[in-house]
Structure formats: C-alpha cells, structure tokens
Design a protein around this ligand. Structure first.
Ligand code: 8ID
Ligand code: ZN
Length: 412
C-alpha cells in the first residue's frame, strides 16, 4: 500500500507552533535565488547589496492603525476592529515586505482555524486569511535580491515563508519546511488592510487578472492545481471531485477540464450542479440524493470507477468510500481537511486494487505561478461574490452551512 499522508513537521509539533507573533523567518536567503532585472536592488552600485533602510515610496502613506477581522481567542466571536496596529516599515525584518490588500478570498481553512477544529491550534489573537492580493508598499531594510519591488501587485498565500535551504525546500516541498510560517495561522493573514509577508514567497499577479478574480487562485487554485498535477492523471482519464461546488472544487473542475480529464462532480443542490456543469463537468451526482454512491460513481465512469479522486470536501464522509469506487490502479488525493478525522482505507481493497493514496498540501512557488498563469489565460475563472470585510462572520456561517457555490471574496 502506498499510503502517504504528509503533515508539515511544524503541524506535528504543536508545542512549537508560534503563540506570539513571530516575524517571518527570512534569515539569509540563498544567493542563487536572485532578483528580477526590475528589482530596485539591482541598480548599479546596489546590485546584490541590501539597502540599509526599509524602502518606501512617498506615494504610500502607511497608517499606524487599520481595520482588521480578529479572532480574540479560540471559541470567541470574530471582532471587526478599526484600531488594529499596522506593522511599520521599520519593523520589517530583512526579506519581509508589507502588502496593502485590495482583495482576499475566504477559504474553509479560515473557518477551521477560527473554530479551532484542527489537531493543531493557530495563534490567538488571530487575523485569518490567506488568499490575498495587494500592492507592495514597503520592503524591509537589508533585504537582498528581492524578486518584487514597491508598487508590484502580489498575492499572499497560505505558505507565507520557508527557509529555502532545507531538504524539503530544495525538493520543491517547501510547504513542509520545518521553519515554514502560514498566513492566518502562525502569523497574521489577509483579513486586514496591511499584511506582512515574504518577498520570496509572495506571487506576482498577472496584469490581466483583476485582484478579486485572482485572490482565490492563491489558495483554492494552487491547491487543486497541484493535487491534480501530482495525481498523474492522464488526458481522457475520469476524475471525481467530492466537494465540486465549493471554493476548491469549482476550480478543480476547470483545471481538470483544461487538462483534458473527464470530470464527475459530486456535491449537493441545484445551484452547485448548474455551476459545475457550466464549468466543464461531464457528469454530476448529488451526494444527498444518491442511495448508493459507490454504485452510482462506478456506473457514471464507464462501469470501472474513476482513475482519480481528489477529495475537496471539508467532511470525512467524502473520504469514506473512495477506495471502494476508485478504478484499480487509481489514486486518492487527500485535500479536504476535516478536523480530527482519520482515513479508513480497507487494506484488502487498497492492496488488491493497487490504490495510491497521497496527501496534497497547498503548493510551492512554482505551483502558484503556474496556477495563476493558467487563470490569466482564461482557462480557469474563479466564480465569486464580493463583500466587505465586515461580512466575514456571515461568510463563515454560510461556509458552515454549505451554501456558498464558488467563493466569497472580500474587497477592501
Ligand atoms: O492544502 C490543502 N490540502 C487545502 C488547501 C485549502 C483548503 C485544504 N483545504 C481544505 C479546507 O480546509 C476544507 O477542509 O479543503 C476543504 C474544502 O475547502 P473549501 O473548498 O474552501 O470549502 P467549501 O467552499 O466549503 O467547499 C466544500 C464543499 O464540499 C461539499 C460542500 O457542499 C461544499 O460545496 N461537501 C461536503 I461539506 N460534504 C460532501 C460530501 N460528503 C461534499 N461534497 C460531496 N460529498
Ligand atoms: Zn485555503
């Protein structure tokens, strides 16, 4: 049985999870990760030399306080505060930047963190959010080789920073870097007007993508794109997405269709059915209406079952029968993160069907770049409604109730 569920080391050691608000660990980035030609740090004498003072442009006035959505303590209601402190440019560490947010998506992960329903707790007080798009308004002093410059539009994703030096970072698995920091989990995230991040890990946003359009690619898009890519599904294969009508799922349908896969979408309700069928799904099953999901899924996929299942639902129920309905030789990609659930795969079925089981955790910088590039070419579109930051609480309630088709994006 190939049973690989990867959990970041940091998440396996809750006692190490930051309780206070640590700075992003950006000490001495490898010199080989050099800056772009347009970097302010590459001009004549300053080439490859770090600036001694934080860089700010007079065009950006950075206030001392801001509006932010704060979870004061686990179990406490969310508060919208208008006097939340803003990280000042002189407080940025080398390698850090300050991003003035324009838009942020709301991921079900933010709800898990606010509810504290995972085995590992977030920091509190917590500013959640990890699907942000905004403008770089300051860069920390002594930052060398920044790939972004002041005024650039960038995305902030779940993985806010990693050491870029360890085995995992070298292998492109920077999400599990033992020094990784996570936006809206171990450091404050994008449900605030100004957010600290890392120049090496923010993602440039293609010019032709609107900020609100791009926001949810930064988590939902990257995550499903990577999961499909690493599932090694091939053109013409059947792929099933339990959770297809949600934030991750509706993007998964589109990435898969763009890759030439045949999509069986599973979720519930007419709105989600219409959405996924309009986005390229070939077949649909309502999990609340099906009397025998395994039988229905196998029947819908040429009588043999799908080659791949990417579970994008937030419940353990969506995982339950995957090994039973997958085609022999098929692959289960574990993506949805129901709190304390375990993956129960019958060993006999897993072995005699030669099933692959793999965990897939967001994506690295290259996955982010690719997921945005595909969206910028119109192959994938986030379906979203916009709301103000003040609507975060009602958005959490709707996520909990499962009534959001696509995504909610908060605009600042
Ligand atoms: O890196 C990762 N692995 C990663 C990244 C981002 C998000 C994992 N996640 C996790 C989230 O923490 C969450 O647990 O993926 C899960 C889904 O996130 P989301 O897409 O942001 O949630 P959503 O918008 O609420 O969509 C979930 C959908 O699942 C359906 C719901 O109806 C909803 O449309 N669903 C459920 I709940 N149970 C289902 C079932 N049994 C189901 N669909 C099919 N079968
Ligand atoms: Zn997310």
């Amino acid at each position: 049985m190939n049973h690989i569920i990867r959990v970041p080391n940091r998440l396996l050691r809750p006692q190490l999870a930051a309780r206070s608000r640590p700075s992003i660990n950006t000490a001495s980035f490898p010199r080989l990760l050099s800056s772009s030609p347009s970097s302010p740090f590459q001009s004549s004498h300053t080439h490859r030399r770090a600036l001694e003072h934080p860089t700010m442009s007079p065009q950006f006035t950075i206030p001392k306080t801001q509006t932010a959505a704060v979870v004061p303590a686990h179990g406490s209601p969310l508060e919208i505060r208008h006097d939340h402190p803003v990280v000042q440019p002189e407080d940025l560490k080398p390698g850090e930047c300050l991003v003035k947010l324009i838009s942020t998506g709301v991921c079900h992960t933010d709800l898990h963190c606010a509810k504290n329903d995972w085995p590992v707790a977030s920091i509190v007080p917590l500013v959640g959010g990890h699907e942000g798009v905004g403008t770089v308004v300051a860069i920390g002093a002594h930052t060398a080789g920044s790939p972004v410059k002041l005024g650039d539009r960038v995305g902030i994703k779940w993985l806010a920073s990693s050491c870029l030096k360890c085995e995992f970072c070298r292998k492109g698995l920077e999400q599990v870097c033992p020094k990784g920091q996570y936006s809206g989990f171990t450091i404050d995230g994008t449900f605030q007007e100004y957010c600290r991040s890392d120049v090496q890990h923010v993602t440039p946003i293609p010019d032709n993508l609107d900020s609100a359009e791009a926001a949810s690619i930064l988590c939902a898009g990257i995550t499903v794109y990577r999961a499909i890519k690493y599932s090694k599904s091939q053109i013409g294969d059947w792929i099933v997405f339990p959770g297809a009508g949600g934030g991750l799922g509706h993007l998964a349908v589109q990435y898969a269709a763009a890759m030439g896969l045949r999509v069986l979408a599973i979720d519930t309700g007419a709105e989600k059915k219409d959405l996924v069928m309009s986005l390229g799904a070939e077949k649909w099953i309502d999990f609340k209406e099906s009397k025998d999901l395994v039988k229905d899924i196998i029947a819908a996929t040429d009588g043999l079952g799908p080659h791949t299942a990417v579970i994008t639902a937030a419940t353990s129920a969506a995982y339950e029968q995957a090994v039973d309905y997958l085609r022999p030789g098929g692959t289960l990609m574990a993506v949805g993160l129901p709190g304390h659930a375990t993956l129960n795969a019958g060993i006999f079925q897993t072995v005699v069907k030669s099933i692959n089981i793999q965990g897939s955790y967001v994506g690295n910088r290259q996955d982010a770049f690719e997921a945005l590039d595909i969206a910028s070419r119109g192959k994938v579109k986030v379906v979203f409604k916009t709301k103000p930051l003040e609507a975060l609480k009602e958005t959490y309630e709707a996520l909990e109730a499962g009534t959001i088709a696509g995504r909610i994006v908060l605009n600042f």
